[in-house]
Every structure is written in structure tokens, then in C-alpha cells.
Design a protein around this ligand. Structure first.
Ligand code: FES
Length: 294
């Protein structure tokens, strides 16, 4: 396969890191006359973009996975998701080609684009017996990837948590990492909370993240110096009624209250708005994680 690509090209962000760097991804896409989609967390999803291009009449679509961090799922997952879409597509199906390796930096896109392989439909599906059960984790760590925490470096926080867990031999059956939308105490970004201990942490830079892993998640002693106060039940009345505050926040950040919980990202503006809280694949130490290497 050469790099004479005349088909629509889609740069696919593989992890939360690329969702955060969506502006950069769009710049690179523009240079390559390509569009952008995301394997997880971002909009549009890969499936949505494939459908859009196919509905426009594309006969062939080329996908290039882009990984700007250390924790993206393997390129096989790009093929797998694309193959699922291809099998499910009821209308005219374009040929879908997937670059055989990920672009580990935006400067690698052209080189990676040169070698690609067609999706056949014989790729593994999206289900496996290994993914049937809820993991038996003792702790769930909720890493806020809301806009404020993201702006304050929660990508590095998440990476530090994951890498330290791996270094200390912890798996998804010990600690399950979940990326979330805004968890509300944005002034303390980046925010991390640990369940079921109901311990909340603020200003969690990579050093603090590693400390939380070692002392709390492994040593079972919360890191008091980084802990945020936690009050259950109704807050005391403030100068503004909670109703007015709620209405104001809903108006400013409609996604924040969807479903009655802070699980949906406030609007970041199209086209790459984070859409909802997901337990994601990249933060895994478990060999059979649905978005890890199959
Ligand atoms: S964005 Fe993280 S707590 Fe609001």
C-alpha cells in the first residue's frame, strides 16, 4: 500500500489524551485533508464518523490511529471497532483500511498512513467471556477529566495513577480506574475521589497521585494532606439559595446536571465535547480489559 491516499482519511484519537488535544488533532487533520474521530470519550465517535462518510457516498475510508500519550489501546482495537461497524452496516459498505500501526506523534501521520490493511469483517467482535463479570476490585478511583481538571493537568494525574498502580503490581481486580466528567469541586482541580472509601482529593498532581496510590490504595491510609473536606447531606444555606444556584449552573453548564449526577461533561463546544463518564480501557493493568490489547 502506498501513501497515495485519495479516500477520506480519519485521524482517530485512541485515548482521553487525544480528546484533550483535540485542537491539535484537528490542525493535523486539516494538514492531511482528513477528519477527526475518537475511539472513546470524544465526539464524534469512530462509528459516527464512518457512518457520516459512508452516507456521503465514500467508497473507501482510511483510518489512522493517533496516540499522543503512553496509555492508548493497541491498534488492534481500532481494527476491531471498525470491523464491528462494517459488519453492522446495513447499507452500502465502503472498503475500510486501517493503518497497521498507531501514529505516536502528529509528525508520524504521513509515514503511518503509508502502510494499511483492509478490514475483512473476520476481526474479533466486541464481546468476550472474559468481559462478562464486574471486576472484583476493592477500590474504584474516579479521576476527573472535566474541563477544569483537564486544563489543570488531569491527564498527567491519570497517567501517574495508572503507571504507579502497574509499578506496584496492582491490577483491575485491585483498583478500577474510571475517568469522569466534572465531579464539582473544580476549584481543587485536578480532583480524584476514591470509592467506596468516600475520600476526595484535590490538587492531585503526579507526585500526589503516586502518593495516593502507594499510601491509600496499597497502604490503606488516606493521604490527609491532599484530602478535601466531605460533608454528607444538605449544605448550609448560603447567600444565594441552592435553587437559584442550581438554576444558574444548569444554564451555564447544562450537561453537568444530566441524570442528576455529575457524570456528563459541561459543554466544551463542538466538535470534540466529551460526552459522558466511561470506564475506559487505557488505564488498565489487566490483560483482558476491553480496550487493552486483546
Ligand atoms: S472539572 Fe473536575 S471537579 Fe469540576
Amino acid at each position: 500500500m502506498n501513501d497515495d491516499v485519495t479516500a477520506p482519511v480519519v485521524l482517530v484519537g485512541m485515548s482521553a489524551r487525544e480528546v484533550q488535544a483535540h485542537n491539535l488533532l484537528h490542525e493535523v487533520a486539516h494538514e492531511h485533508d482528513a477528519t477527526v474521530a475518537f475511539l472513546q470519550l470524544g465526539d464524534p465517535s469512530l462509528s459516527a464518523e464512518l457512518t457520516r462518510l459512508a452516507d456521503l457516498g465514500a467508497q473507501r475510508i482510511v483510518l489512522v490511529g493517533v496516540s499522543l500519550g503512553a496509555l492508548a489501546p493497541a491498534v488492534s482495537w481500532l481494527r476491531r471497532i471498525a470491523a464491528h461497524w462494517w459488519r453492522e452496516r446495513a447499507e452500502q459498505r465502503p472498503i475500510v483500511e486501517v493503518a497497521t500501526r498507531l501514529a505516536d506523534g502528529v509528525d508520524q501521520v504521513r509515514q503511518v498512513l503509508a502502510v494499511r490493511r483492509e478490514v475483512t469483517g473476520a476481526e474479533a467482535g466486541l464481546e468476550s467471556a472474559a468481559w462478562e463479570d464486574v471486576p472484583g476490585h476493592r477500590h474504584q478511583v474516579l479521576v476527573c477529566r472535566g474541563p477544569r481538571c483537564t486544563a489543570m493537568g488531569s491527564d498527567r494525574t491519570a497517567e501517574a495513577v495508572i503507571l504507579e498502580l502497574m509499578r506496584l503490581g496492582q491490577s483491575d481486580d485491585d483498583v478500577l480506574i474510571t475517568h469522569t466528567g466534572c465531579q464539582f469541586p473544580c476549584n481543587h482541580a485536578p480532583v480524584v475521589s476514591v470509592q467506596p472509601d468516600d475520600v476526595w482529593y484535590g490538587d492531585v498532581d503526579p507526585d500526589v497521585a503516586r502518593q495516593i496510590v502507594a499510601e491509600h490504595l496499597v497502604g490503606r491510609r488516606p493521604v490527609e494532606s491532599a484530602r478535601l473536606p466531605r460533608t454528607r447531606g444538605a449544605r448550609p444555606a448560603t447567600s444565594r439559595s441552592s435553587r437559584v444556584m442550581t438554576e444558574s449552573l444548569v444554564e451555564q453548564e447544562p450537561g453537568r446536571f444530566r441524570g442528576g449526577s455529575a457524570t456528563v461533561m459541561p459543554d466544551q463546544g463542538p466538535p470534540d465535547r466529551l460526552s459522558q463518564t466511561l470506564a475506559t480501557g487505557p488505564p488498565t493493568t489487566r490483560g483482558e480489559n476491553p480496550l487493552g490489547e486483546p
